[in-house]
Design a protein around this ligand. Structure first.
Ligand code: GLC
Length: 483
């Protein structure tokens, strides 16, 4: 079975968050199951700079994008045993960041999608059976495949499926712009085609024209069919629910392994973690310049600073929370207003809080290992990976029970004294605060429950082998339908 995984991010080459992590670990896991999975992505500036000696040039061609004629280079390199193809064009991808602005991104990923289809088959030396697409940046591929290729007799046996990592971003622009970029025949510019409420919508197109749609957790696949989580696409999703399923993400359990992580002050296992973890905590407190108090619960958040992640809830109760005997570290970058408010909070609570405004994968691992409680008060969360990483490091997640957070964290049950974390249900800042207080209370007063929970959390299976089989089954279903 030949699968081409099409993505705008791939960790460790170029990534801004969860999509990059998934792209960096799922294809390798599927290859271990014996599938020929390869990846295609843009050749961003950062990749060119970092991996110059590894990149192998395959060919170049000219792509037509409306009135533009653009150079498109095709390179390849191997990442973790996975062949990766990279689409080169400096005008579109030679920038410091992966995403730039709304309008230009539409053009950049229109180019990317056309270039991917041009590269299939002979140029790549690979004709996939299935294109596995991800998010809006790839949503027009099944439409273009049909309108520009299959209708002319090319790539007749290639099918598509799309994974929705986040419904909030859909890739929407005016008819004029999209027509100009993609030369779509008029028959596709309808409400049953690529239009959603009168305007082209890349994600909607991807959902409509793909053979299957997956989301990154079972719970999110149900949530998106409701008004609240559907971001305007819920009716469409409901009407196509027969082809939608939720497959839980996994994490890279080799990279995130407290038993062997070279990044952390002391390694530890689920059988013997108390000493190692307390050394990691002490060294983290030292690194952050926080008082080295072993008994003070250390709360942490590693996140994109985006409203999705529940930062408004946290900021609303931050002063009340830090009036308790707890410490807090937040690591992340994003919305400048959150950056400022977090920095201000650190100024008010220098003995208790650190805001590290950076995207730092190394410090992230020292935080996963050194913290006691990991906060994820998300407003919505298609899957979430950090809670799984935290559990693997024995740091108990405190989550709002939504999306994949509800699928992966078993909230503390005070009667049974069980769980793998703490949970609250409503989008309510004081519910978050009370749950934090409860976690701090269990941490201090009920060590037996705490230690059991840490052990259970650490022993959970968060690997891709849990769900790789579900992807494989889905690929087979698609193949059987088209053969
Ligand atoms: C997006 C979602 C996150 C998910 C990730 C990987 O970043 O917001 O919940 O875990 O994609 O699928």
């Amino acid at each position: 079975m030949k699968i081409l995984y099409v993505t705008s991010e791939l960790s460790p080459l170029a990534s801004t968050g969860g999509l990059g992590d998934v792209a960096g670990s799922l294809p390798a896991a599927l290859r271990r199951e014996g599938l020929d999975v390869r990846v295609v992505m843009p050749l961003y500036k950062i990749i060119k700079q970092t991996y110059a000696s590894k990149l192998q040039f395959l060919r170049w061609s000219i792509i037509r994008l409306g009135w533009r004629t653009m150079y498109s280079g095709l390179f390849t390199m191997e990442v973790d045993g996975v062949p990766v193809y990279l689409i080169d064009n400096d005008f579109y991808f030679g920038h410091d960041s992966l995403y730039i602005d709304y309008s230009f991104d539409i053009e950049r990923f229109s180019f990317f999608q056309r270039a991917v289809l041009e590269a299939l088959g002979e140029p790549m030396g690979f004709e996939p059976d299935i294109l596995h697409l991800n998010d809006w940046q790839t949503g027009m591929i099944p439409v273009l495949l049909e309108s520009h290729y299959k209708k002319c007799g090319f790539h007749l046996h290639v099918s598509s499926m799309i994974t929705l990592h986040n419904l909030k971003h859909q890739g929407i622009h005016s008819k004029e712009v999209v027509l100009d970029l993609l030369d779509l025949p008029a028959e596709y510019m309808t409400e049953t085609g690529v239009l959603m409420n009168g305007v082209p919508n890349f994600l909607k197109a991807g959902i409509t024209y793909s053979s299957r749609v997956t989301t990154v957790s079972p719970n999110y696949s149900r949530e998106i069919m409701t008004d609240y989580f559907g971001e305007g696409l819920n009716q469409l999703l409901l009407s196509q629910s027969w082809k939608i399923s939720g497959i839980l993400n996994g994490i890279d359990t080799e990279l995130y392994d407290p038993a062997s992580d070279p990044e952390i002050a002391s390694t530890y296992t689920s059988k013997a973690w108390i000493k190692g973890k307390s050394l990691c905590k002490k060294s983290l407190q030292e690194e952050l310049g926080l008082p080295k108090q072993a008994k003070t619960p250390l709360f942490a958040m590693v996140t994109r600073l985006d409203s999705q992640k529940g930062l408004d809830l946290l900021l609303h109760i931050l002063d009340e929370l830090l009036a308790e005997d707890i410490q807090l570290v937040v690591l992340g970058t994003g919305d400048p207003s959150y950056e400022k408010r977090l920095q201000d909070a650190q100024g008010r609570h220098p003995e208790r809080m650190r805001a590290v405004l950076a995207y730092d994968r190394h410090l992230a691992r020292r935080i996963y290992a050194g913290a006691d409680v990991f906060l994820m008060p998300s407003i919505f969360e298609p899957c979430g990976l950090s809670q799984m990483i935290a559990m693997r490091y024995g740091t108990l997640p405190l989550v709002r029970q939504t999306g994949g957070l509800a699928d992966t964290v078993e909230p503390y049950n005070k009667y049974e004294k069980t769980g793998t974390g703490f949970g609250f249900l409503n989008i309510n800042a004081h519910e978050l605060l009370f749950t934090c207080k409860e976690a701090a209370h269990v941490y201090r007063e009920d060590r037996e429950s705490w230690d059991n929970m840490v052990k259970t959390a650490m022993e959970g299976d968060y690997s891709w082998s849990r769900s790789a089989g579900e992807y494989e089954a889905l690929y087979r279903e698609i193949l059987e339908e088209t053969r």
